[in-house]
Design a protein around this ligand. Structure first.
Ligand code: FAD
Length: 472
């Protein structure tokens, strides 16, 4: 089995598929230098989880028994330490190949196997090919003319340099473009230390107070033995008018974000009024003719979410067509029959693909986390989905089948289910990332199933009980 990605999903799959009960030979390819997925790349100032951590971790007691968090919303450094701890307990590193980016996968119909190739030319043949590439693997940088002219430093939040001491922004003139979840975090951290901070905002963020808390020994014990067993002021506002209904976009949590705009060194530029014309050698020129000078530009412009990580890999299906390469253009066409040409390619956590019954819905959990006080989160749903994937693989192997793929009816049924789940919800508003609307040219359509966890579990259970109904 070949897997791509060593974040929560990839590690969970590796550990489980390798376990004594399943005992499969598996290898993970990871493009980066270590485990942790988003927490390896996202090490910008202030990067932290905004789901309560009790539900943002592995549910295996081997992992949580000897681990204590220091805060309910830990930062990236603590998350990295957590992943080291995970490795000490589950010994996952030995089966992960680092710095090996997968660039293509080709289905070989002669032996019903995938041929997976990495950027450095390494090739493996695998019965199953699991994509655990996450939904934020491909960064998005707004198309601004003449970006390469800038003489200062320029970083996307999710490509932050891997330096223990970080980048020293003290006394620097800093621009931040974007006020999404990463923007909120970086702005409230950089504002107090930069000599000046200028924020370029397209859509104001409706962020809720984070209410961070330390976790002492007693709280930690309670978490472990009660919680785990149960579940596995705005001052100067960035906008007077709500940009969209609350919840129509992923809501952020903030600690001092809105207050940051009250600092004398912090400026806010409304891009709706003064769009960026170009990057100059010294800074940023806006439509009002004002060129502001910066030492550092930070792009907090987010991701080509959900599908971006997949479209970076050339996936050649049974009839030699590269189905997923240009998802933005041909996504709609890929639906239905065509998808059946890609057997046992499993999209872990890649939401929306209706045909991949494997990956029924996850991102809706992020919204649950906001609406229902972080009751559920994506690490939890990765396990939920992972167990189903593993059961399906086991079934296939036990029946000594060499090929499994979804039926057309099942694809259509799932597609309808996804569309229906989204149609009545605020998340389908045009600004929603879950509709692919943040990326110019990307086809706008539901990228996630938002019908709710109970229904999702029920659907999975039924498929399983009926002998993985919907697959041939
Ligand atoms: C800054 C930030 C904060 C977040 N906070 C939260 C939160 O509070 N709550 C929440 O529920 N979710 C949050 N998320 C969403 C986050 O994506 C999930 O929580 C979770 O980490 C995803 O795990 P994953 O294993 O699916 O993917 P990732 O953690 O994204 O791991 C995917 C891995 O695949 C690797 N990869 C991708 N393409 C290739 C390739 N072609 N070849 C080899 N390797 C490849 C990547 O390098 C990466 O290591 C956050 C995301 C970001 C960016």
């Amino acid at each position: 089995m070949s897997r791509v990605g060593a974040g929560f999903a990839g590690i969970f799959e590796l550990y489980r598929l390798r376990s004594r009960s399943l005992g499969y030979s598996t290898k993970v390819f990871e493009a980066e230098g270590d485990i942790g997925g988003v927490w390896w790349r996202n090490c910008y100032p202030g990067a932290r989880v905004d789901s309560v951590v009790t539900v943002y971790e592995f549910s295996d007691e081997k992992v949580w028994r000897d681990w204590s968090w220091s805060e309910i919303y830990p930062g990236w450094k603590e998350l990295r330490r957590y992943f080291q701890h995970v490795d000490e307990k589950l010994h996952v590193r030995k089966d992960i190949v680092f710095n090996r980016k997968v660039v293509s996968a080709k289905w070989n119909a002669d032996n019903d196997r995938w041929l997976v190739t990495s950027q450095d030319g390494f090739v493996v043949s695998a019965r199953f090919f699991l994509l655990c590439v996450g939904n934020t693997s491909k960064i998005y940088i707004t198309d601004i003319p003449r970006l390469d002219r800038f003489r200062g430093a320029c970083h996307h939040t999710a490509r932050w340099p891997q330096l223990e001491e970080g980048i020293d922004l003290h006394g620097k003139r800093v621009a931040v473009i974007g006020t999404g979840a990463s923007g909120v975090q970086v702005i409230q951290n950089v504002g107090p230390c930069a000599s000046s901070l200028t924020v370029y905002q397209r859509t104001p963020n409706i962020a809720f107070p984070m209410r961070q808390k330390s976790i002492d020994d007693d709280a930690s014990a309670t978490m472990k033995y009660d919680v785990y067993s149960l579940i596995f002021r705005r001052l100067k506002q960035t906008s007077e008018i709500p940009p969209h209904p609350v919840g129509a976009k992923r809501s952020s949590l903030e600690a001092s974000y809105f207050d940051t705009f009250n600092l004398p060194n912090v400026d806010l530029i409304d891009l709706a009024q003064d769009p960026i014309i170009e990057i100059t050698a010294n800074g940023i020129l806006t439509a009002d003719g004002h060129e502001r000078v910066f030492d550092v530009i930070i792009f907090a412009t987010g991701f080509d979410a959900m599908t971006g990580g997949i479209t970076q890999i050339d996936i050649e299906g049974t009839d030699g067509i590269f189905y997923l390469r240009q998802m933005g253009e041909r996504y709609a066409n890929v639906l239905g029959n065509d998808d059946r040409q890609i057997p046992q390619l499993v999209f872990h956590l890649w939401t929306r693909r209706p045909d991949r019954i494997f990956e029924w819905a996850n991102v809706h959990c992020e919204y649950f986390t906001v609406y229902f006080q972080n009751l559920l989160t994506t690490s939890w749903t990765k396990e939920l989905q992972g167990e189903w994937i593993n059961a399906c693989i086991k079934d296939t192997m036990e029946k000594t089948l060499t090929r499994i793929e979804p039926l057309l009816e099942a694809e259509e049924e799932w597609q309808n289910e996804v569309s229906e789940s989204m149609s009545s919800r605020l998340l389908s508003t045009p600004t929603s990332v879950l509709m692919g609307k943040n990326i110019p040219g990307k086809v706008s359509e539901p990228l996630s199933y938002v019908g709710g966890i109970p229904k999702y579990i029920e659907l999975c259970r039924k498929k399983m009980e009926n002998g993985f109904e919907g697959f041939s």
